[in-house]
Design a protein around this ligand. Structure first.
Ligand SMILES: Cc1ncc(COP(=O)(O)O)c(C=O)c1O
Length: 384
């Protein structure tokens, strides 16, 4: 096993998460119960902008973001014969979720080399009478062009689902990512800005949709085991075809603690990204770094860049590994995977940048010295 001098990602859990997990074990109740309720309430509250006149946000905790996306599309009654427009430059789960409900993913391109989010003009060009929704993914926690996409959705009667895996507590024009479309989906996978190991959250301001999402999360049942244990219900009905997409109490307890730390860890990520920008500008100014120059409160989930056209990415990754530096790729476009060969994709900008994408280490405990080392190592790898 390689021991990385600078790993791509490092988990940061503390005494707070330990105590929270232990207290759930001591409580003797592990499945969906009071900690889930607390996590949902605090997550919804964290996503509200003070003074907002919008309907209150509801949050529904689930097993991971993949099922969050599946649940969102199922609750919006998207199914066979429908098309959903999404990026190809995303994690495969974004597109898989569309297929789980029997609908067809239609890949749209990103805006440019500098902005790796859905291009509203290409989205518009791909709308057909079958299109039912746009599934956006806020790459790196940087906001998609939600105003233009919202206008398109309104004009064509489409729903918007936001894959906000990269951007919990990120904002766009005074609104939190994930709360702008019809449904927002979040991931708490181990390497995300906040984690529960495996975990996810669905949010919506539509009370009817929230009710459906809650029911669908747990088999379509009208009462949970916890409610029956508490004597609040003695039986239950099953009102719709649901799933078991539940989160458990230990994860929820860890999530409550992680959420408290998120404003600080997001801020730290922002500082580290600024530091990367400074070193890249000084040492390898020719490199394209997407979203450079954007200012705001974003997710800063990853630090991707574009390698020069003439270099072989695998060789750069191997050379950086020789320096003890782990790197990653976000992402191989979904339409290039074997399982997606039957889906046509006209995404020239995505195709042009795909072989050049490289993500450098980024996590809150990374230091500025190490960032300098990463950039200097990258420079020397590119020069040789
Ligand atoms: C953009 C994106 N969408 C969806 C997912 C799936 O999340 P999860 O692992 O919680 O199912 C991820 C996680 O890696 C992701 O990065």
């Amino acid at each position: 096993m390689t021991t990385w001098g600078i790993p791509y990602f490092e988990l940061q859990l503390g005494a707070e998460e330990q105590a929270a997990a232990l207290s759930v074990i001591e409580s003797n109740w592990l499945t969906m119960g009071p900690k889930i309720a607390e996590f949902e309430t605090s997550f919804a509250a964290a996503l509200e902008i003070e003074g907002s006149l919008e309907r209150p946000l509801q949050a529904i905790a689930v097993a991971n973001c993949t099922v969050a996306l599946h649940l969102a599309l199922a609750a919006l009654e998207i199914g066979p014969g429908d098309e959903v427009i999404c990026p190809s430059l995303t994690f495969v789960a974004t597109a898989n979720a569309i297929r789980y409900v029997g609908a067809q993913p239609v890949f749209a391109d990103i805006c440019s080399e500098d902005e790796w989010n859905l291009d509203p003009r290409d989205v518009e060009a791909k709308i057909t009478p079958r299109t039912k929704a746009i599934l956006v993914m806020h790459y790196g926690g940087y906001p998609c062009r939600m105003k233009a996409l919202g206008e398109l959705a309104k004009k064509h009667g489409l729903r918007i689902v936001e894959d906000t895996s990269h951007g919990p507590l990120a904002e766009s024009e005074g609104r939190m990512l994930g709360t702008i479309g019809d449904v927002g989906c979040f991931s708490f996978f181990s390497n995300k800005n906040m984690t529960t190991g495996e975990g996810g959250m669905v949010v919506t301001r539509d009370p009817e949709l929230a009710q459906t999402l809650r029911a669908m999360r747990a088999h379509g049942m009208t009462a949970s085991s916890y409610e029956r244990f508490k004597g609040h219900a003695f039986g239950y009905d099953v009102t719709l075809l649901g799933f078991n997409f539940r989160m458990d109490e230990i994860r929820a307890a860890i999530g409550v603690e992680q959420l408290k730390k998120l404003p600080v860890t997001n801020e730290r990520r922002k500082d580290l990204v600024t530091c990367y920008h400074r070193h890249v500008a000084q040492q390898v100014p020719s490199l394209v770094v997407p979203f450079r120059g954007w200012s705001g409160r974003f997710g800063y989930h990853i630090f991707p860049l574009l390698l020069p056209r003439n270099v072989e990415r695998g060789a750069v990754m191997a050379a950086l590994a020789e320096h003890g530096i782990q790197t990653s790729i976000h992402y191989r476009p979904v339409h290039t995977f074997s399982a997606y060969q039957d889906v046509r994709a006209e995404v020239p900008v995505t195709n042009a940048i795909a072989p050049r994408i490289l993500s450098l280490p980024l996590f809150p405990t990374l230091t500025e010295d190490k960032i300098e080392r990463v950039v200097m190592s990258l420079k020397s790898c590119l020069e040789s």
